[in-house]
Ligand binder design. Sequence first.
Ligand code: ANZ
Ligand code: ZN
Length: 812
Amino acid sequence: MTHYDHAQVQEFWQYVWEREDVYELSDDATDPTYVLGMFPYTSGTLHMGHVRNYAITDAYARYRRMQGDDVLHPMGWDAFGLPAENAAYERASDPNSWTQACIRRMREELETMGFGYDWSREITTCEPAYYRWNQWLFARLYEAGLVEYEAATVNWCPDCETVLADAQVTEREGERSEPSEETSAERVCWRCETPVGRRELDQWFFTITDYADQLHEGLDDLEGWPDGVREIQRNWIGRQEGTRIEFDLEDHGGVDVFSTRSDTIYGATYLAVSPGHDLTRTLAESDDAVAKYVDDVRERGPDEVGFSGIETDAVAVHPLTGEELPVYVAGYVLEDVGTGAVMGVPAHNERDHAFAREHDLPVERVIESEDGDADEPYTGEGTLVESGEYDGLETAEARQRLVDDHDALEEDVTYRLRDWLISRQRYWGTPIPIVHCDDCGPVLVPEDDLPVELPEFVRTTGNPLEEHETFRETTCPECGGPAERETDTMDTFVDSSWYFLRFLSPNLEDAPFDTERAEEWLPVDVYVGGDEHATLHLLYTRFFTRALADLGLLDRREPIRELRSQGTVLYDGEKMSSSKGNVVEPHEYGAETTRLFVLSAAHPEQDFEWTANDVRGAYELQQTLYEMATSFVEETDTRVRRRAHDEYVAREIDRTLAAATEEYERFRFHRAATEIQELTQLLRRYREFDRINETVYRRGLLTLAALIAPMAPHLGEELWNKLRGEGLVVDADWPTPESEVSDYRLERRLVETTLEDVRDIVETASIDDPERIELVVAEDWKYRTVESLRAGEESVVDRVLEGDVDAPDRET
Ligand code: ANZ
Ligand code: ZN
């Protein structure tokens, strides 16, 4: 038997693909299928998570290409960011050299994996040719009023010496120091896990909140996105309907509060404003105690203020009863939620109740509840009491009536979403193209002066840009006077918010992307990556797309048609990662085996366990196919008329082909791999018959070569070449069945695999009622036609995952 020397085979075909430019997409393509994996952060090495991600996009891109599509499958580097800067400190190097070295290494690794990228479109975000467009886009957003410069109390990581966005602060369960104490979560830096402090700084923001409503609403139309991701975004945006209520203040104008429970208004016993509220500022001018409290809260940060507060000498007038209410400044009222002020209703709101207890404020019940525990706030809905003319109304109806009846109440919507803080006090990022002038204030760097290039790196703690006199000192573009350059750089999420656009025309010199081409080539047809990006990256990308559309640069408002989240690779039950020391290097088993294994091990969206045994399975499949193809070539041909078993095999080839095609369409590469396995075994048994039909056998092998090519492209080429002796499988047409495949057979097959799939997914999601799942699966699924399965599968799977499937009637 000829030995399959995979290293040689890989090298050879990689050379051929490169020479033939098979992955390069012509700019003349009219509507290519755009397949994109989230581009990697340039950390230095490719890990198994990358390999899985890119094996998925590569298999799909190759499949689409064989189906006759033009395919855009590009790759680039997310190259700015803190780790490179830290590495530079540690290695006495500079961030640029370090990053470029990482890129070289990672690109070589991707190439030896045989991923088919159009490298002519490679982009690197830390190069001026790329980041000048970050600056250009910043300027456009600035002109459109979507950029703000504001003092803000920010999260500060003392170790990274930088500001962190809220989303970059993670909560770690704190140690319980005393048994009686509640466990409190500690706020730590997402990268280095140092506890996060607070600072007040002037910061640059993109006002993504202007788009909160449409980003929220747009989610409904993203049918190609997993429901889970859409739900996460929905919660992140946190749209809340409620009422804005104006309270008049004796001597101090008025204060608006936001409430979701305006029906409790008769129970309001005080008013509270946040330490950052305008009213607080005014009051602090003449009231030292208020000023002191504000300083105090700022020192301590929001987690430690508890229900502290200070009474002011302002007095509020209840808009309905005319009653006088005390006004507090209270740390639990958040500056950037709602209007930054609340009406305190201790009887029906947990936080107000806690505050009232601390400050001896009256508790007045205005909603009737069944359980009459007067010591606990009742937060549910119910019937109004002690509420004047509204007594006896249900809460929902009361809310409506109150708004209708009173000018002081107005329907309102708030969002949990905050503006996007893009300032970073670090070197390795895109310089913000602003000059600060004493006379003119902040001024945009004119377009002709872009890019503002990063100066040479100097080692220092803090921000190296501040140490650069030559970088910092400049003249004002407006008045020509002496001025200082902004030394903040941009959050790297700015780079990744629009990189998918740069791939369309990576070398364009007078615009970030070609608007006409964007019209034809967008949206991204399939985007694959980890679901840790469900909020920031994917939300920012949507925001950018909408803002660019409003600037007239794009004609689409959503960038991504279909989103696929890929599952995690586990080892001994834990996520495979260098920090856990359980890493299998992508090249340990050879490129093809690794690719084939990560694709055949599980559904792309499921986690799976790396086991040496299963890896061997992927290896042996290659050996078997190779042996069958080579010994077939060597054997003499035996021409015989088709007999029953020949017909059976011919039909099985067609059935496999139809089923595997269906699986590729649905991104179920693991199922396609199973089909390939089974046909391989069948052909192997068939070969043992004394007289076989050469045409049938040969077609079987060729079909297998084509079917396996998207997942194991080197082997695919090798088999194709051995059997056909000409052409490349990567350029070949996807095979078609010889005769019509019976719907019934295909349907049964798909139902079987779908059932298994659902069970797998349900198992990993560990839903606790397997019996219910069984029922749903068995009753609801089994008898559906292929068509309804296709239409219904995703939503049913999602429902099962979310645990809210109504079990069919169980009576027997
Ligand atoms: C009065 C009221 C009475 C409220 C009641 C609730 C229940 P939830 O309930 O968490 O979804 N709120 C508004 N602005 C705030 C701010 N800046 N800081 C802290 N709390 C604020 O959020 C809605 C409620 O949060 C609002 O409705 C308001 O309290 C409070 F029986 O108004 B409510
Ligand atoms: Zn000036």
